[in-house]
Each structure stands twice: as C-alpha cells, then as structure tokens.
Design a protein around this ligand. Structure first.
Ligand SMILES: Cc1cc2nc3c(=O)[nH]c(=O)nc-3n(C[C@H](O)[C@H](O)[C@H](O)COP(=O)(O)O)c2cc1C
Length: 175
C-alpha cells in the first residue's frame, strides 16, 4: 500500500538531515509519498498523513527543544497514527548504546514525555571538530576523552551505519 509519510527532522550540522534524506529515498523507492521537512518549516496537518517520522540529534544531552514542543503539542493526534522516532548522537557509536533501550538519551527522553511512538531507533552521528565553535569543540573533546573517543581537533568521522538506516527504512515501509 502507498502511504503518505511526513518525515520531520531537526539538525544543526546536517547529519540528521543526511539520515532523513536517505530514509526519504528508501521510502520513495518503496512507492510511498514522503514529505521531508525541518521542524521549523513543517506546517501541514498531521492528519493528512498515515505515518509520521520524527528525527532529532542530541546536543548536550537533550533532543532539540522544538521537537519536544512539537511532540507534546501534537501527542493526541500522533497517538492516532503510525509513528516513529529516531535519535542521532555520538554515544551511539558504541554498539552497546545504540538501541532504544540502551541509549541513555533515548531512555531518559521517554521518561520525560508521555508519547510512545510505534518504533524508536538510534543512529550514531558525525564527529567533525573543525565545524564546531571553540567552546563546543572543547566540550566535545572533553566528552570524547571521558568516553575514550578521538580527541584530536582535526578528526572528522562519520559513525552513521548506513545499512542500519536502510534497514530502518524497510521497517518503516512495513509499519
Ligand atoms: C555542541 C554539540 C553538543 C553535542 N552533545 C552531544 C552529547 O551530549 N551527546 C552525544 O552523544 N553527542 C553529542 N553531540 C554529537 C551530535 O549529536 C552529533 O554530532 C550528531 O551527528 C549531530 O547531528 P546534526 O548534525 O543533525 O545536528 C554534540 C555535538 C555538538 C556539536
């Protein structure tokens, strides 16, 4: 069946958008209609869609404020639709922290809101020190040092597992 899907994302450095773009491509390949939109731009009626997918990266331990506000404001409608949420963060580069039940940000997130999407997924993001303003770079270097990750300021590593993103696309198609 051809579904109407809204894919709403929040990104700062572009990795969540990159993941969302691949998901859109996969879902289009399965024959669905997909509206890809940032949380800032999105202003279509949610009830126009069969499935809603929401993605957000993590910054300093939390998902983006606008995403949280959107979810809380639309919870009643979201509950009537098939929904998915995915989180993008660097802690998820560790295999033992890349599922909905083992990623600390995702676990904490769902303790703070009442919405329960049909499925939840977690993707590792990108580390790119050169892109970060000085203060952020120092903070991320510190977090990386604490978690035994790379701290060299020239490092640029994309940890995202693209096969896992495609697999998620397949799961969303079947949802
Ligand atoms: C200022 C800043 C703070 C971040 N805080 C965290 C964090 O607390 N935990 C974590 O796992 N990743 C953290 N990250 C990593 C991002 O989640 C990761 O780089 C992700 O790919 C960003 O996605 P985006 O480009 O879609 O925003 C942080 C990155 C930046 C730049």
């Amino acid at each position: 069946m051809k579904d109407r899907i809204a894919l709403i994302y929040s990104t700062v450095d572009g990795q969540t958008l990159k993941i969302s773009t691949l998901l859109q491509k996969e879902l289009l390949n399965y024959g669905h209609y997909v509206e890809l939109s940032s949380i800032e731009e999105f202003n279509t009626e949610l009830t126009n869609f069969d499935k809603i997918i929401i993605g957000s990266s993590i910054r300093y331990g939390v998902h983006h404020k606008k995403i949280i506000e959107f979810i809380n404001a639309n919870k009643t409608t979201l509950d009537t639709l098939k929904t998915a949420f995915f989180s993008v963060n660097l802690v998820a580069r560790k295999p033992e922290k890349q599922t909905a039940t083992t990623n600390p940000y995702v676990v904490k997130f769902f303790k703070s809101i009442t919405w329960r999407p049909t499925i939840v997924e977690v993707f590792a993001g990108k580390l790119d020190y050169k892109k970060y303003p000085f203060f952020d770079r120092i903070m991320i270097q510190f977090i990386m040092w604490m978690t035994k990750g790379p701290t060299n300021k020239n490092v640029e590593i994309e940890y995202t597992n693209w096969d896992k993103v495609k697999e998620f696309g397949k799961t969303l198609h079947k949802l």
